[in-house]
Design a protein around this ligand. Structure first.
Ligand SMILES: [Zn+2]
Length: 103
């Protein structure tokens, strides 16, 4: 039976719900559902034949990110340093000697 009609119940993968959900056929092309609408989140999308789409996140990027996270140990301070305090131009004063301070 390949007779799909608008409004028919159909199972498909919903990208928003991230799982196979109940959908309604909203568009039929050549007796094939072209577009469906999730009955749970009401988002329209192309019929995916119940296939989950490939993940959009770049796996390599994710791996890199994980690596960076591993390298950063919690003991290390964040790389952002506050503005360096300007060193005084004058030479370091001699330490005051106790007891022989002049009056
Ligand atoms: Zn959904």
């Amino acid at each position: 039976m390949s007779d799909y009609r608008l409004g028919d119940d159909i199972d498909d993968f919903c990208v928003r719900c991230k799982r196979i959900m109940n959908h309604s056929v909203v568009s039929v092309v050549n007796n094939e559902p072209a577009k469906v609408r999730c009955r749970t989140c009401h988002s329209d999308h192309d019929y995916r034949h119940e296939q989950a789409p490939p993940p959009k996140v770049d796996l390599r990027k994710q791996a890199l990110f994980a690596e960076v996270l591993k390298k950063v140990s919690p003991d290390d301070p964040p790389p952002t340093t506050p503005a360096p305090t300007p060193a005084p131009a004058a030479p370091a004063p001699k330490p005051k000697s106790k007891g022989k301070a002049r009056k």
